[in-house]
Design a protein around this ligand. Structure first.
Ligand SMILES: Nc1ncnc2c1ncn2[C@@H]1O[C@H](COP(=O)(O)OP(=O)(O)OP(=O)(O)O)[C@@H](O)[C@H]1O
Ligand SMILES: [Mg+2]
Length: 269
C-alpha cells in the first residue's frame, strides 16, 4: 500500500480537459514537485485532491483509503493540508490567531468553546494550552516572532506566504500540498524556505507535494517531479530524468533549461 496515490485522475470543465489521466505515487516522507506552464492543471490537481473539485474520473488514495467524494473538511481531518496560490488568510486577524484557527481543526472542544466555557484545569483549558504551545513552536520554527501580534493584512507578501505555511503546519498534516510557496518572495526568503521545506520533511516527517515555478527550488528539494502540460502528464521522474526529458525541454523549459551548475536561475518565472 502506498502512502499516497493518484490514479488516472481526469477533470473536465465543460469542453476543457484540465487534467487527463494523471497518476502519481508518493512514499511517506518524500517531496514531489508538480511543474508545468500556466494553465497546465496544477492547481486543479490540488483542488481535486483536497475535495474542492470532484474529479470527472479517477481515484485518490491516502493511506489506503479512497478520498474522492469526501468533503474538504473530511479530507483535511484525515491529514491532508494545503496552502493556496492566492493567500487565503484572515487579514484582520493576527498571525497568532490565524495559526490558532488552523490549529482548531484538532480541537475536540470546537472552535469557539474556549470563549464561552473555560474552567481552569478543565480539559478544554489544558487543550488550549497545548494548542498554543504548538502554535508558538511553529512561529519560532518559521521565524515569525516579529509578525506574531500583527494583522496579517499589513505584513509584506513574503511574510504572509510564511504565515499561510504556518497555518497549514498548525494542522499537523501528514501530507502537505503547497501551491507556489515562494511566489512573490525575495531571494533571501526563497532560500530560507528551501531550508524549511527540508526541515518540515525531516523534523516533522511531513510528506510534501509542491507546485512550483522556481526551478532552483524544484531541482534542489524534490525526490520526484511530475510535469503537466495542458492537463497531460508528460513526464514523471527524478530531477535528473525530468531535466533531460525532451518533451519537458520543449514544453516547459524551452531554451532556458537549467544546466547542472547554474541551478536553473534562468528559468525563473
Ligand atoms: N472551476 C473551473 N472552471 C472552469 N475551468 C477551470 C476551473 N478551474 C480551472 N479551470 C481551467 O483549468 C485549466 C487549468 O487551470 P489551473 O488553475 O489548474 O492551472 P495551473 O497549472 O495551476 O496554472 P497557473 O500556473 O497559472 O497557476 C485552465 O485552463 C483553467 O482555466
Ligand atoms: Mg495554479
Amino acid at each position: 500500500m502506498s502512502f499516497f496515490q493518484v490514479k488516472d485522475l481526469s477533470m473536465i470543465f465543460g469542453g476543457l480537459t484540465a487534467l487527463s489521466q494523471v497518476s502519481l505515487e508518493m512514499d511517506q516522507g518524500s517531496i514531489v514537485a508538480v511543474i508545468g506552464p500556466n494553465g497546465a492543471g496544477k492547481t486543479t490537481l490540488f483542488n481535486c485532491i483536497t475535495g474542492l473539485y470532484k474529479p470527472s474520473s479517477g481515484s485518490v488514495r491516502f493511506k489506503g483509503r479512497e478520498i474522492v467524494g469526501r468533503r474538504p473538511h473530511q479530507i483535511a481531518a484525515l491529514g491532508i493540508g494545503r496552502t493556496f496560490q492566492n493567500i487565503e488568510l484572515f487579514s484582520k486577524m493576527t498571525t497568532l490567531d490565524n495559526l490558532l484557527l488552523g490549529r482548531h481543526l484538532h480541537m475536540r472542544t470546537g472552535v469557539w468553546s474556549g470563549a464561552t466555557f473555560f474552567r481552569r484545569g478543565s480539559r478544554a483549558a489544558k487543550e488550549e494550552i497545548a494548542h498554543r504551545k504548538k502554535v508558538e513552536e511553529i512561529i519560532d520554527f518559521l521565524d515569525l516572532q516579529h509578525a506574531r501580534d500583527r494583522f496579517v493584512g499589513g505584513l509584506p507578501y513574503g511574510v504572509q506566504k510564511k504565515v499561510e505555511l504556518g497555518r497549514a503546519l498548525a494542522m499537523e498534516p501528514e501530507l502537505l500540498l503547497l501551491d507556489e510557496p515562494v511566489a512573490g518572495m525575495n531571494l533571501e526568503e526563497k532560500q530560507d524556505l528551501i531550508f524549511w521545506l527540508g526541515d518540515i520533511q525531516a523534523e516533522y516527517g511531513i510528506t510534501l507535494l509542491v507546485i512550483e515555478h522556481d526551478m532552483r527550488l524544484v531541482m534542489e528539494v524534490s525526490d520526484q517531479i511530475m510535469v503537466l502540460n495542458y492537463g497531460q502528464p508528460i513526464a514523471y521522474g527524478s530531477p535528473q530524468e525530468v531535466q533531460n526529458h525532451p518533451e519537458v525541454l520543449k514544453a516547459y523549459l524551452g531554451d532556458q533549461a537549467p544546466d547542472a551548475d547554474d541551478g536553473g536561475e534562468a528559468a525563473h518565472a
